[in-house]
Design a protein around this ligand. Structure first.
Ligand code: SF4
Length: 650
C-alpha cells in the first residue's frame, strides 16, 4: 500500500527513560489497520505484555491519528489516545479514548501519523515536536499547574500555531480516571492522564507546516459537499443547562457543525466550551435534587472544576451515583468518608470531592482508584451498589438502557471498552423519531415510515427498529459493531457519521457509503462499503483476541449486568424522559410499543447471542474465535499465540 496520500508514513517513538527518539514506518500497519483504533490495537497486541501495569514505564502511551486528519475531509480530525488503561476493572487492560479538537492536525503537520511514548522521565518533562524536530523539555515549572494554567503557559511559550495535550493535578497524582486535555475541551477517557503522570510527562506540544496529500481532491470535494447537503437543516441542540448563553460555535477544524459544540457564557461570568453530551450533565441531576428540582449555577461550574483538575466527568458521574447509593444504604457514612455526601449537589461537596481525589487526600485516595476498585475494596454491600450502575469494565451500565433498546444488550455484553458510539448508532436516530412522535412531526420529520426506510438501508431490515422483539437484533448489532470499528479506524466523528438521518435529503434518508468513499478519495485506494466494514470487523476480532489475552475469554465472560434480567425498566433520565416519558418505541409493523416495565428475557437474550456468535463466525457454545475466521480477516499472524493460550476453537 502506498503511503504518499493520507498517511504521513511514520510514527514517532520517544523513550522518556533513555531519551531515545526513533521513527517507525506505518506502511505495513496502514495496509490492514487503516489508522486510529486499528493502529493502536495492532501495536498493543504486538508490544504490550499482560503483566505490564498501566502505570509502569513499559506501558506505551499511544497518540494516533487516521488517514483523514489534516485533509479537508469533514469531521476527520479526531484521534485516539490509547495503551493499557489504569481505570478498567478488574485489572488494567487495553483501553482507548477518542479525542476531538485540532491536535491530530498538528501531529500530522509535524510529520507523523502518531506518537508512542514509553519509559519514565526522572523529572517532569514535556515533549515538543515541530516539523520532524523532537525535543524533551523541562516541565518542572508546569508541574502542579491546573489545566487552564498549563495551557496558558504553553501557549505563551510556543505560540498559537501549536497545540497541546496536557494533564492537571489529577494526572500528576495518577488518579486512575485522570484525563489528558486538548483544545476545545476535548479529552479522552479511560485514565490516560494518569499514564502521562506515571511517566512524569506533563504535556505534548505539536506544531508544523506539513500538509497531508489527498489522492483525489475533486472526489473529496464532491463528498464533502454531499455531506453538507445531507446535514443541512440539522437542529443543533445546545446543552439543556439554565443560565448559559452561546457566545459562538467552536467546531473542530473543518467541521460544519455536526454537534452543538460551542463557547458558552454562564450568568456567573464563567466561559467554557461545552457540547451536548454526558460531561455537561455530570452534576445536573444532583444540583436539582439538592435544590428542590430547581437548577443553580452548580451544574455548569462543577464540570468546569473537574476539567480544571483533569478528572473524567463520565467516571465522576459513576462515582457520585455509587457514593450516593452507598451513603443512603449506610455503607459509607459522611464521617467515614470525611465528605458531606448528603450535601451532594452543592459546590461545597464537589469542591471537597475534587480536591480529595485529585490530591489523594484521606478517603479520596480510595476514590482515586476509580469506582470499580473503590467498590471492591469496601466489601460486598458496596459492590452491590456498583453492579446496579457500572459495568464490570467500569462504564455506565445504564446509558441508552439495554432493557429499553434490546440491541444494546449485545454491545454491553461483548465490549470491554466504552460502547458509546455503538449505542449512538442505535439511539441517535430514535431520538429524532421520539421528537417526531412527541411533537406530531412539528419538530422533526423522522416519522416511523422514514425510520423504516433508514433501517432497510443501514441495518438490512426494518425489523431493526421493531424494538418489541429480539428477532434480527443480533445481525443489527453485528453490522453496527463492524461499521463503528471501521469509523474509528478512519478516525471520523461519532456525532457526524454514519449519516443515517439526513435532514437535508428529500426522503430524509442518509447515505452509508460516505465513509468508505472518503477513505478511497483521500488515500487513492479503492474501498467498497463492504471492504471498509471488513476493516472494522478485523479490528473488532483483534480486540476480542486482546480481551482473551487479558483474561476475558469467550462467551462465559460476555456479561450483562444482572439488573437487566431482574429489575423492570422504569426510566432513562435525560432526553427520553422529557420527550418520551412513556418510553414508546416503534414496534411490530411500525405500531407503537412501550418498553416501560420490560426486562431482558434471559432465554431470548441467550438465543440472540447464539445468533450473534454464529454471524461472527465464532464457536456458538464457547464464543471462542476460529482459525478460519481469523484467516479470512487476514489475522493469521495472531493465530499461533491464541492457539497456545487455548483461546481458539479448533
Ligand atoms: S460533530 Fe462536533 S465533536 Fe464532531 S467533529 Fe464536528 S464539532 Fe467536533
Amino acid at each position: 500500500m502506498a503511503n504518499s496520500y493520507g498517511w504521513k508514513g511514520k510514527i514517532l517513538r520517544v523513550n522518556l527513560t533513555t531519551g531515545e527518539i526513533q521513527t517507525q514506518s506505518t506502511s505495513e500497519l496502514a495496509e490492514r489497520f487503516i489508522g486510529g483504533r486499528g493502529f493502536v490495537s495492532k501495536i498493543y497486541w504486538d508490544e504490550v505484555d499482560t503483566k505490564t501495569d498501566a502505570l509502569h514505564p513499559d506501558n506505551p502511551l499511544m497518540l494516533i491519528t487516521g488517514p483523514l486528519a489534516g485533509t479537508p475531509a469533514i469531521s476527520g480530525s479526531r484521534w485516539f489516545i490509547s495503551g493499557k488503561s489504569p481505570l478498567l476493572y478488574p485489572k488494567d487492560q487495553f483501553g482507548l479514548g477518542s479525542v476531538g479538537g485540532s491536535m491530530a492536525l498538528k501531529i500530522k503537520a509535524a510529520g507523523f501519523d502518531g506518537i508512542i511514548i514509553t519509559g519514565k522521565s526522572s523529572k517532569p518533562v514535556y515533549i515538543h515536536i515541530n516539523d520532524g524536530k523532537v525535543e524533551i523539555k523541562d516541565a518542572s515549572g508546569l508541574w502542579g499547574c491546573d489545566i487552564p494554567d498549563t495551557r496558558k503557559r504553553l501557549s505563551s511559550e510556543h505560540g498559537k500555531n501549536s497545540q497541546f495535550l496536557c494533564i492537571g493535578p489529577a494526572g500528576e497524582n495518577m488518579v486512575r480516571f485522570a484525563i489528558a486535555m486538548s483544545d476545545n475541551g476535548a479529552c479522552g477517557g479511560s485514565g490516560f492522564g494518569a499514564v502521562m503522570g506515571s511517566k512524569n510527562l506533563k504535556a505534548v506540544v505539536a506544531e508544523g507546516s506539513g500538509n497531508v496529500a489527498v489522492a483525489r481532491p475533486d472526489d473529496l470535494k464532491e463528498i464533502n459537499s454531499q455531506v453538507r447537503s445531507l446535514i443541512e437543516g440539522r437542529i443543533l441542540m445546545d446543552p439543556n443547562i439554565e443560565g448559559i448563553d452561546l457566545i459562538k460555535r467552536t467546531p473542530c477544524p473543518g467541521c460544519p457543525g455536526g454537534c452543538a459544540r460551542g463557547l458558552y457564557k454562564h450568568v456567573t461570568g464563567t466561559e467554557e466550551v461545552r457540547k451536548n453530551c454526558g460531561s455537561a450533565y455530570m452534576y445536573y441531576l444532583w444540583d436539582q435534587k439538592q435544590h428542590g428540582g430547581e437548577s443553580t449555577p452548580n451544574a455548569f461550574l462543577a464540570t468546569s472544576l473537574v476539567d480544571r483538575y483533569g478528572l473524567c466527568a463520565q467516571e465522576m458521574n459513576n462515582l457520585q451515583h455509587w457514593l450516593y447509593e452507598c451513603n443512603v444504604s449506610g455503607v459509607i457514612t459522611d464521617d467515614k468518608a470525611g465528605l458531606p455526601i448528603s450535601q451532594i449537589g452543592t459546590m461545597e461537596f464537589i469542591e471537597k470531592l475534587v480536591d480529595m481525589i485529585s490530591f489523594r487526600k484521606g478517603f479520596g485516595d480510595v476514590l482515586a482508584e476509580g469506582t470499580g476498585r473503590a467498590a471492591h475494596s469496601l466489601g460486598k454491600d458496596s459492590v452491590k451498589q456498583f453492579d446496579l450502575r457500572v459495568t464490570r469494565s467500569g462504564f455506565n451500565a445504564t446509558a441508552y438502557n439495554p432493557r429499553f433498546f434490546i440491541t444494546n444488550s449485545v454491545f454491553y455484553a461483548t465490549e470491554t471498552t466504552s460502547t458509546m458510539n455503538e449505542l449512538h448508532e442505535v439511539c441517535f436516530p430514535i431520538m429524532k423519531w421520539a421528537m417526531w412522535f412527541a411533537t406530531d412531526g412539528s419538530m422533526s420529520p423522522f416519522s416511523t415510515e422514514v425510520m423504516q426506510k433508514i433501517a432497510r438501508k443501514f441495518w438490512k431490515s426494518e425489523k431493526a427498529i421493531d424494538f418489541s422483539t429480539y428477532d434480527e437484533k443480533a445481525e443489527v448489532a453485528y453490522i453496527i459493531q463492524n461499521r463503528e470499528y471501521a469509523k474509528e479506524n478512519l478516525v471520523v466523528c461519532d456525532f457526524m457519521y454514519p449519516i443515517t438521518t439526513a435532514d437535508g435529503a428529500e426522503d430524509y434518508v442518509g447515505d452509508p457509503t460516505i465513509e468508505s468513499r472518503l477513505l478511497s478519495a483521500v488515500t487513492g485506494i479503492e474501498f467498497s462499503e463492504q471492504d471498509y466494514y471488513r476493516t472494522g470487523e478485523r479490528v473488532f476480532n483483534l480486540q476480542r483476541a486482546i480481551q482473551g489475552r487479558e483474561g476475558r475469554v469467550g462467551r462465559k465472560d460476555d456479561h450483562l449486568n444482572e439488573f437487566n434480567f431482574t429489575d423492570p425498566f422504569e426510566e432513562e433520565p435525560g432526553f427520553f424522559a422529557v420527550f418520551n416519558p412513556e418510553y414508546m418505541l416503534p414496534g411490530p409493523g411500525g405500531e407503537l410499543a412501550t418498553r416501560k416495565g420490560a426486562v431482558i428475557e434471559r432465554d431470548k437474550f441467550e438465543k440472540m447471542m447464539d445468533e450473534y456468535y454464529s454471524l461472527r463466525g465464532w464457536d456458538v457454545k464457547t464464543g471462542l474465535q476460529t482459525k478460519e475466521k481469523l484467516e479470512a480477516l487476514e489475522l493469521s499472524d495472531i493465530v499461533p499465540e491464541m492457539r497456545k493460550a487455548g483461546h481458539l476453537f479448533e
